[in-house]
Design a protein around this ligand. Structure first.
Ligand code: CA
Length: 352
């Protein structure tokens, strides 16, 4: 999705624009991940996550998936894809999973391709129609379906609903795309909100007056989810910008020889190619992997608690607003120890 500094978020004022187990023991890469007070499940050492992703455009979704697969504390319960060609996105996710040795079977379902019906954001769409006509930037990485293990023939939202009904309160969705699938789930079956102990979202921007891509793609869905009362952690755009991979770190990935490493390296090259010659040296911003890192090491982030809302009126349309409230259901990562977070997350990704 080309979430570059100047495109992922709108310029200020101009455009309204497997189960996861929290580590209880020492971990060589991440230090000693303290169980998160916000949303951990007392007495249950096994907490599963569900990845909801628009994998295939910007490079950070596949890196987030890699971080999950590389983290022994985490077990992935399933994946749903969102935005546009969700079947192609699901095929890319399945391709990556197939490249990781020893990974248990993970259900992957194509979810909602279109945003909720609602107001349409005025242009420009930085990663929009022109680029989307060319398809997903990393689709060339995806194997044909016939070469992949069988997948459930169910909608991604249905798969997530099944999981939440089967294990209420035990699965944390990590949403790293527009929130259409999560909102659809809640609109169709509002009672499932109580089955979600916590939701981690990469989305929104609070430290500057900008819109952010994931919210911008479906502001109504983001507003709906923010009002659900579910405990939510937000990783805003600026945190991702503060977690940019260095050139030496990226070179290490591009030299990897394992199946998963080669796939990631190819994905990076395709991502750069779609962005054009002027981005031949573009380095990934770890927006989405930081939504995973929150589960591994919340202490890397400086948090503010309160309430997040999404503006739907014309002026500030699709911007996210934060109101401090010690009893609020939301935590916003206001800052991050970027160097440490990137170094540790990247080391894990390189272990694949
Ligand atoms: Ca994403």
């Amino acid at each position: 999705m080309g979430r570059r500094h100047d495109t992922h978020a709108g310029p200020p004022g101009k455009h309204p624009a497997a189960s996861v187990v929290f580590a209880r023991s020492a971990n060589a890469t991440f230090g000693l991940p303290a169980p998160a007070a916000h949303g951990t499940i007392p007495g249950d050492p096994m907490t599963s996550i569900w990845l909801d992703t628009d994998i295939g455009d910007d490079i950070d979704d596949i890196l987030a998936l890699a971080l999950i697969c590389a983290s022994p504390e985490l077990e992935l319960a399933g994946i749903s894809t969102v935005l546009g060609d969700t079947a192609a996105r699901a095929r890319l996710a399945r391709t990556f999973l197939a490249a990781v040795p020893g990974l248990p079977s993970v259900p992957v379902g194509a979810g909602c391709g279109f945003p909720l019906p609602g107001p349409v954001p005025p242009g420009p769409w930085p990663n929009g129609p022109a680029r989307r006509r060319a398809g997903l930037s990393q689709l060339a990485c995806a194997l044909p379906a016939r070469r992949l293990p069988g997948a459930p023939r169910r909608h991604g939202v249905d798969l997530l609903a099944d999981r939440l009904r089967a294990r209420p309160g035990a699965t944390i969705p990590v949403a790293i795309g527009p929130l259409t699938n999560i909102a659809t789930l809640l609109l169709r079956e509002p009672g499932l909100a109580t089955a979600i102990p916590r939701l981690v979202v990469m989305g929104g921007e609070f430290r500057s007056d900008r819109w952010e891509w994931n919210v911008r793609c479906d502001p109504l869905a983001a507003a709906c989810v923010a009002r659900s009362g579910i405990l939510m952690d937000f990783i805003p755009w600026q945190v991702g910008m503060d977690c940019t991979v260095t050139a030496p770190q990226l070179r290490r990935l591009l030299r990897r020889g394992s199946p998963a490493g080669r796939l990631l390296a190819r994905a990076v090259r395709l991502w750069r190619a779609v962005k054009g010659p002027s981005h031949a040296r573009e380095r990934p911003h770890l927006f989405d992997p930081m939504a995973v890192a929150v589960l591994l090491h919340p202490g890397w982030f400086r948090w503010r608690r309160g309430r997040v809302s999404v503006a739907l009126e014309p002026g500030p349309f699709s911007r996210t607003l934060f109101t401090p409230d010690p009893g609020g259901p939301h935590r916003v990562a206001w800052g991050v120890d970027g160097a440490r977070a990137v170094s540790a997350a990247w080391s894990r990704i390189l272990s694949l």
